[in-house]
Design a protein around this ligand. Structure first.
Ligand SMILES: Nc1ncnc2c1ncn2[C@@H]1O[C@H](COP(=O)(O)OP(=O)(O)OP(=O)(O)O)[C@@H](O)[C@H]1O
Length: 263
């Protein structure tokens, strides 16, 4: 079966910083795959290459068999992407935001209304759909952004830190919606996070990334069985040693970014 994502020897640098240092991995169709690691690990750079926003400098990336460097537009049509930066317009209602994405992604005109309503319902936003997004909570904004990404019925949903800065209840709400959509559609989900406990609970397989490299890859249970400790957090520490305290699981940067997003 064709891989949903296949990354071979991807390396990417920004001047003297090597952001991604030769990674290879495969995401299987219909799985929820977590790319995990602290700030600066190289997760976003990897995501930006596979969503065609950055051209691969070295190595290759294919989405459902399509090379991201050679088939950019075809790859984009397969992907729904929720970036870290805010992608909803606060002045528009939830429904208007989703309808805008339906137009942007060429959803056929006669299907737009129904598809927009469908994803709004799926994300639990029916009651709030006609209010300006400015009145939404952080969790609702994230679910609206998921609705925007889902309206084009992508085969691969790519989420960059979907629960960052949310309280535990809102984080659960976002994950519930992600797992429901996956169960209903068989969509593949690639998610980055630095919340190990969320990945442990919701991801089928994970890759632990640190300083541009993949340190371990497998199901959460496999990784926990192979390394000393009882959680993915322990596994990560085992693979990265003291580095983590320097690299930082600190949420400071993340929290600041979220404050900007919602402010
Ligand atoms: N546009 C850029 N210009 C220069 N350096 C960059 C750029 N984007 C990322 N980097 C650097 O590349 C490294 C990897 O960053 P990346 O954003 O991919 O990590 P990340 O794991 O996604 O972390 P975060 O969760 O903080 O975004 C970091 O050292 C970062 O500072």
């Amino acid at each position: 079966m064709t891989s949903a994502v296949r990354i071979d020897g991807l390396r990417h640098r920004f001047k003297e910083t090597v952001a991604v240092d030769g990674i290879s991995l495969e995401v299987r169709p219909a799985e929820i795959f977590g790319l995990l690691g602290p700030n600066g690990a190289g997760k976003t750079t990897t995501i930006r290459v596979l969503t065609t926003l950055l051209r691969p400098q070295e190595g290759s990336v294919a989405v459902f068999g399509l090379d991201v460097a050679k088939r950019r537009m075809a790859v984009r049509r397969l992907i729904g992407y929720v970036p870290q930066a805010l992608s909803a317009d606060a002045a528009l209602s939830g429904r208007e935001n989703v309808a805008l994405f339906a137009r942007l992604f060429d959803v056929p005109r006669r299907e737009r209304k129904e598809r927009t309503q469908g994803v709004i319902e799926a994300m639990g936003l029916t009651d709030a759909a006609d209010r300006p997004a400015a009145t939404y909570s952080g969790g609702m904004i994230r679910r609206l952004e998921l609705a925007q990404a889902l309206v084009s019925a992508p085969r691969l949903l790519v989420l960059d830190e979907p629960t960052i800065g949310l309280d535990p209840v809102a984080r659960n709400g976002v994950w519930e919606r992600i797992t429901e959509v996956r169960a209903q559609t068989g969509m593949t989900v690639l998610v980055t996070t630095h919340y190990m406990e969320e990945a442990e609970e919701h991801c089928d397989r994970v890759a632990l990334m640190h300083r541009g490299r993949i340190r371990a890859l497998g199901t959460p249970a496999e990784l926990i069985a192979e390394a000393p400790g009882e959680s993915l957090d322990d596994v990560f520490r085992a693979y990265t040693g003291d580095d983590l305290d320097v690299g930082g699981f600190s949420d400071v940067r993340a929290t600041r970014r979220t404050a900007r997003r919602l402010g």
